[in-house]
Write a protein that binds this ligand. Structure first.
Ligand SMILES: Nc1ncnc2c1ncn2[C@@H]1O[C@H](COP(=O)(O)OP(=O)(O)OP(=O)(O)O)[C@@H](O)[C@H]1O
Ligand SMILES: [Mg+2]
Length: 375
């Protein structure tokens, strides 16, 4: 077991490690934990649900103050739920000491989407093909997240990504978080719509409270249209209009939250509530890839195929996949070709596999024949 205790006499952590804290001089900025459970099965193995993340954070800092933590290690609770383990999912800087100013977050899979924080994603800007305008905006947001104070009241706080499904909106938000080393709070809009009236708006405010604690950080609201519906449609669901109001309050910055940048994404901008839409200082359009970009997406993804690929003419397939999004190219065209090859001889993906896959994609959907409905 690997856990360092800086001042064992002061802490309740019972495990010692052999690295001295003298070797680790940076204090941790962030610590993301996930519940791991008890070391042994017992009757008391209920997961201790965290009622108030802010209070838990104070408690956790005090309890683990001085511990040196690395990704993948465990921290054990010694007071409230003795021996309950939390696994360190992320820590920044990578090996650092828990201190009085360390932000400690528990990503709890069981509870609402608002509690999940992603820290370091695998995606980089180099992975995102094209989308130059969006990249430029991200460069600006990057500057802001590096030094929020420099921008004062001129912060880029609300940005809307618009564009067809599968064009890289989520990818780019993740790449931005990765590049700036700031936490990303991803929100799936549909998860915000709670079971009870008032729940959705409470979740929005909680989300922003949390973001403020973690700032600088990015809130990424995917499928914004699901919660920020046009008012005409909101009447269908009373709770949605509460969410819209909560969102408007937060986006107006009534409570100042420096260092928090909201990026929202939608592929149905026309169905957005105009008041919400108007709060975004900029709408950034994502477009379908052109031929050159499709070539690039094909090339980079082929390089990750688990089996060899025949010498194929990529420019031919780039020219034949017009109208497909990045996701279509990866998930439909390339995946189908690979699966065909695996089902065939499993050794190499041939030009035939790609051609068959292409035919499947371009095959028009047969029109529904009403006569066939009545036998
Ligand atoms: N610009 C791009 N460059 C490289 N790959 C891309 C690009 N756009 C999409 N892809 C591929 O498609 C997948 C899905 O992209 P992503 O999730 O970012 O789309 P999205 O725009 O957020 O879609 P949605 O609107 O449905 O949420 C990516 O994981 C990647 O494999
Ligand atoms: Mg997305």
């Amino acid at each position: 077991m690997v856990l360092i205790v800086k001042t064992p006499q002061k802490t309740n952590v019972s495990l010692k490690r052999d690295i001295s804290t003298d070797e680790v001089d940076s204090s941790a900025e962030f610590l993301i934990l996930e519940p791991a459970g008890y070391p042994m099965a017992s009757l008391l193995d209920d997961y201790p649900e965290i009622e108030n993340p802010g209070v838990f954070e104070h408690y956790a800092r005090e309890q683990w103050n001085g511990c040196v933590v690395c990704k993948g290690e465990y921290l054990f609770d010694k007071r409230m739920y003795p021996d309950f383990a939390y696994r360190v999912k992320e820590v920044e800087p990578p090996e650092s000491v828990i201190a009085a100013n360390t932000s400690i977050v528990v990503n709890d899979i069981e509870t609402s989407s608002t509690s999940k924080v992603e820290f370091r994603t695998e995606i980089t800007f180099d992975d995102v093909v094209g989308q130059q305008i969006a990249r430029q905006k991200c460069k600006l947001i990057e500057r802001y997240l590096e030094d929020p104070e420099r921008f004062g009241k001129w912060a880029p706080s609300n940005v809307l990504f618009i564009g067809p499904s599968g064009t890289g909106k989520t990818m780019l938000a993740k790449a931005l978080a990765n590049k700036t080393h700031v936490p990303l709070l991803p929100v799936k809009s549909t998860d915000m719509i709670g079971e009870f009236v008032g729940e959705g708006s409470r979740q929005i405010h909680q989300l922003y409270d949390r973001a403020q604690d973690l700032a600088p950080c990015i809130i990424f609201i995917d499928e914004l249209d699901a919660i920020a519906l046009d008012r005409r449609n909101q009447e269908l669901r009373g709770d949605v209009s509460e969410i819209v109001n909560a969102l408007l309050t937060e986006m107006d910055g009534i409570v100042e939250r420096p260092g928090v940048c909201t990026i929202a994404a939608t592929n149905r901008p026309a169905s957005l509530d105009p008041a919400v839409r108007g709060r975004f200082e900029e709408e950034i359009e994502f477009v379908l890839p052109d031929e050159y970009e499709r070539y690039s997406i094909l090339e980079s993804n082929l390089a990750t195929f688990p089996i060899d690929v025949d010498d194929i003419d990529l420019s031919y397939f780039a020219s034949k996949t017009v109208g497909l999004s990045g996701r279509d190219i990866v998930e439909k065209f390339l995946k189908t070709a690979l699966h065909l090859a695996i089902m065939d001889d499993g050794k190499v993906v041939s030009a035939d596999d790609f051609n068959t896959s292409l035919k499947r994609i371009s095959k028009p959907v047969a029109p529904l024949n009403p006569d066939g409905l009545y036998v």
